[in-house]
Design a protein around this ligand. Structure first.
Ligand code: 9MR
Length: 593
């Protein structure tokens, strides 16, 4: 059964434009398929229904390292398989493993392991002489391209800046949102800055497919990018992103991250140290380009989560920046960061439980959080690591958090990760244990998973949960040197890059069959056929079924395959900085090894 219908949505006009693009694309692809008839690809216009019975082979579309474990999945009958090289020679033969049922997609899968094939090259996997895979690459540099694109995506999402053609290629666009005329919203009014006060908060990354900037989500994203830079220094120093700062003394990934960090600093009220939760319009912009946006922007309500996430991120930055000193500039920035962090933390001490909820007249992303214990724990740990002031250690002790897969609303794990990597004595040992216990439990999940997946719940942004599972494992690998963590993290990346029940590579502009229509305003409104590259799509889940309208026939009830590569599907196909950041960490950590 084919499902080609695009449901009617409020963004129908834009979606129609996208549809036109798809039709053109399909024509081009059709030609390519005729030439390479071995591929079992589908185009967006011929996407099988999500409960489909079509048998497909799922692989990592970027490939596999020569010495690493390698496997493909098939969602149907299979006995024998072989791999054929470019010359048509059979280079490997194997037997498919027993079928395993996966309740999350209501399908069975067989694993086909070809780890013993260790020669670099491009191959086709053929099952029972009938079903053929996409090209399978084996090589040392297979993730370099996705690693670079994943960071460059942040550049494309810069607010207040023109994306020039020399850096952005065909995705060049005019600047939007100067954010030099931002009003203090009534929810954020104070004696020193009453409602309507004009402040300036330029720069930073757009949060996601929308054009707003949110401190809570910026905190974990910026931290993850800084952590990547710090831990994978060799790659950071050698990777050029071709951004405006390329050629200065700093690694490009750090320049990119500082673009957001400097914006974050503008979100602090210098009078009391409080941090505004977000810089936003009152209701989401239409699907238009940044320079066409005219709505007034506001800073909205200070909150404890914003203050603590801000403090944690700034404290971490203040420890790592002096290492990259550029004529004293980074040292000065580091000083500003720890001063800002201390002020924000002190504000939080005076306002320990100010939970953010959208004011009545504001309907943009909320990032509301009822549980602030983990934010306290993360911030207290980072402050202690930077200052060694015993009061912060006491605060951390009073707010002992759970070690969980990191996410914007659950950041205690970041405190454990920093402590495990940089702490000393008791704190460090306890934190290491926490990280390893979680990593080990993820490995157990993976060992019984029909699709090599540790993640168990498909939530909004499920792909970022997969990436963050990989992040935890790569930290465990760094702490122990045990290859089992490295191999398992590669399985998370394989999932993201196509070895999943949908057979989709969830990174735009990467792989053969990847996300084409992300819920991302520039990708939808720029008139360019290809989406802006390097973005991780949120991924399948069943949190919201009606984001593309009441006709939900294109959505499966099974979370692992409930995904719509449609611009309207904000719940399965948006992009976001806190989703791309762990993709950066995962691809960088794995490819530096
Ligand atoms: O990532 C957020 C997810 O965890 C929430 O369930 C969801 C609904 O509140 O919001 C997601 O964040 C969105 C934010 O509110 C606004 N910008 C886009 C974000 C990604 O969808």
């Amino acid at each position: 059964m084919l499902k080609c219908k695009k449901p009617l949505t409020k963004i129908t006009k834009m979606a129609f434009k996208t549809k036109k693009k798809e039709l053109m694309k399909t024509a081009v692809l059709a030609g390519a398929f005729a030439a390479a008839s071995m591929l079992t690809l589908t185009s967006c216009n011929e996407t099988e229904t999500q409960s489909a019975s079509k048998v497909e082979i799922f692989i990592d579309q970027c490939g596999y390292f020569p010495k690493s474990p390698k496997a493909a999945l098939i969602n149907g009958k299979a006995k024998n398989f072989k791999l054929i090289n470019d010359n048509g020679d059979i280079v490997y033969e194997g037997k498919a493993a027993a079928a395993q049922y996966y309740a999350e997609s209501d399908q069975t899968y067989k694993k086909m392991d070809f780890s013993d094939l260790q020669t670099a090259g491009t191959y086709t996997l053929v099952v029972d002489d009938t079903i053929k895979s996409m090209p399978i690459h084996i090589g040392a540099n297979i993730y370099d391209d996705v690693a670079t694109k994943a960071v460059k995506a942040f550049y494309y999402n810069r607010a207040s800046m023109e994306i020039k053609e020399e850096f952005g290629g065909k995705w060049a666009r005019k600047a939007g949102h100067p954010d030099t005329n931002v009003l203090v919203h009534k929810s954020a009014a104070s004696a020193a800055r009453p409602e309507g006060t004009v402040i300036s908060g330029p720069g930073g990354w757009y949060d996601a497919g929308d054009y707003n900037k949110y401190i809570v989500n910026s905190g974990i994203s910026t931290y993850t990018m800084l952590l990547t830079t710090k831990l994978y220094e060799k790659k950071a120093v050698s990777t050029s992103l071709n951004i405006p700062e390329t050629g200065n003394l700093l690694p490009d990934i750090l320049d990119e991250t500082l673009y957001n960090l400097r914006w974050m600093l503008t979100m602090q009220d210098p009078n009391d140290g409080g941090v505004y939760h977000k810089l936003t319009v009152l209701s989401f912009e239409d699907f238009i380009m940044p320079d066409q946006c005219q709505k007034q922007r506001y800073v909205v309500a200070k909150g404890t989560a914003a203050a603590l996430d801000f403090a944690a991120t700034m404290a971490f930055a203040s420890r790592m920046l002096p290492h990259y000193d550029e004529a004293g500039e980074m040292k000065a920035l580091a000083d500003s960061c720890i001063k800002a962090a201390t002020k924000a933390y002190n504000w939080a001490r005076k306002n320990p439980d100010v939970k953010f909820r959208n004011p009545e007249d504001v309907s943009t992303g909320e990032y509301g959080d009822w549980m602030l214990n983990d934010e306290w724990f993360w911030a207290a740990n980072e402050m202690w690591l930077t200052t060694k002031d015993a009061q912060y250690a006491k605060d951390a002790e009073a707010h002992k958090a759970k070690m969980t897969i990191p996410t914007w609303g659950d950041v205690g794990s970041l405190g454990y990760i920093s402590m495990a990597l940089e702490g000393s004595g008791m704190n460090e040992t306890a934190a290491k244990e926490k990280v390893l216990t979680l990593a080990d439990s993820l490995l157990v999940n993976e060992s019984v998973s029909p699709i090599y997946l540790s993640m168990q719940n498909y939530e909004w942004g499920s792909n970022s949960t997969v990436a963050n599972c990989g992040l935890v494992k790569m930290i465990a690998y760094r702490l122990t040197g045990d290859e089992k963590y490295f191999n398992s993290a590669q399985n998370d990346l394989h999932y993201i890059l196509g070895r999943n029940p949908l057979g989709v590579c969830f990174v735009t502009g990467v792989g053969v069959k990847s996300t084409r229509n992300p819920h991302h305003r520039p990708s939808a409104a720029d008139g360019i056929d290809d989406p802006v590259p390097g973005f991780l799509s949120g991924g399948p889940n069943i949190a919201v079924m009606t984001d593309c309208g009441d006709d939900t026939s294109n959505r499966s009830q099974y979370p692992a395959i409930s995904y719509a590569d449609e611009t309207c599907s904000y719940s399965t196909n948006e992009i976001a900085i806190n989703w791309n950041a762990p993709l950066v960490f995962l691809t960088w950590s794995i490819s530096e090894m």
